[in-house]
Ligand binder design. Structure first.
Ligand SMILES: [Zn+2]
Length: 271
């Protein structure tokens, strides 16, 4: 006997597009990202119906997580292409596995549309792959940002993240940070990657703040902390770090090369 299903309690509320067809309007659809949110319902995985099994719940939960990885609802900058790529690849895999196990649900379900429009998603992946490969090539040709012994390895870790091997790239950079624990540039890099690729602002903040306590002291490192505090809407600490930028040994150089007006930013926060 087939497992019984019932209309999805999430997308089946009756209001368009939440009419029980596996489309769900959620907060990510108001985010302005490079790629628009994918409105797949996290309650039914796009089928419009729910099955009362642990397996089904686990699968749709993974789909819900991937939906928000694809279009994060955080105040941080747009994710690098690799984040979209990994999330979309995961979503395609999960939706295909779900429909194989439970069918396509309602007649007008998201899952059915997804299958019919699959070429569109495949084309999106191709464009992302091209962007990642071109970017990685460009990174490889860019002169290393530091002459330190770890420079090549740090670049390798960054390229890993850039091309979609995110966890591996971050782990490699973490290992380097352990090997060279007193280097401000390495830990600052790690913080930036944690924010952009993992959307982990706690870990990022820890790393970025630590980078301001190590050598070499760089105005840019203080700016990255100020910017993260600003994104988190913490004006008080933003101001503290903006003021510290001016005390760094490379501030004059920073003023010439970085298009960010520290004085103006301080004035606007103090007013
Ligand atoms: Zn649903």
């Amino acid at each position: 006997m087939a497992i019984q299903s019932k209309l999805c309690t999430w997308c089946g509320s009756g209001f368009d597009p939440n009419d029980g067809n596996g489309y769900l309007f959620d907060s990510d659809m108001n985010q302005s990202r490079i790629f628009p949110a994918i409105p797949i319902c996290g309650g039914c995985g796009g089928l419009g119906v729910q099955f009362d099994t642990e397996d089904f719940k686990t699968r749709v939960n993974r789909i819900k997580t991937l939906r928000f990885q694809f279009c994060p609802i955080d105040p941080f900058p747009d994710p690098p292409t690799a984040v979209y790529y990994v999330a979309l690849t995961g979503l395609i895999k999960e939706i295909n596995a779900l429909t194989k196990a439970y069918g396509f649900g309602n007649d007008n379900s998201f899952a059915r549309d997804f299958k019919n429009n699959f070429r569109l998603y495949r084309d999106m992946l191709s464009i992302m792959e091209m962007t990642m490969n071109m970017g990685a090539q460009k990174l490889k040709e860019t002169p290393l940002y530091t002459s330190k012994v770890y420079a090549q390895a740090a670049m390798g870790a960054t390229i890993k993240c850039f091309t979609g091997q995110i966890d591996e790239g971050i782990k490699q950079l973490k290992d380097l940070c352990e090997k060279y624990p007193n280097d401000s540039e390495l830990i600052n890099n790690l913080g930036t990657l944690c924010l952009l690729y993992k959307r982990d602002s706690d870990e990022a903040m820890k790393c970025l703040i630590k980078s301001t306590t190590l050598e070499p002291r760089k105005s840019l490192h203080f700016l990255s902390v100020a910017q993260l505090f600003h994104m988190l809407k913490n004006d008080q600490d933003t101001l503290v770090y903006l003021k510290l930028i001016k005390e760094q040994p490379d501030y004059q150089e920073f003023k010439k090369s970085v298009p960010f007006n520290v004085e103006a930013a301080i004035r606007s926060l103090e007013s």
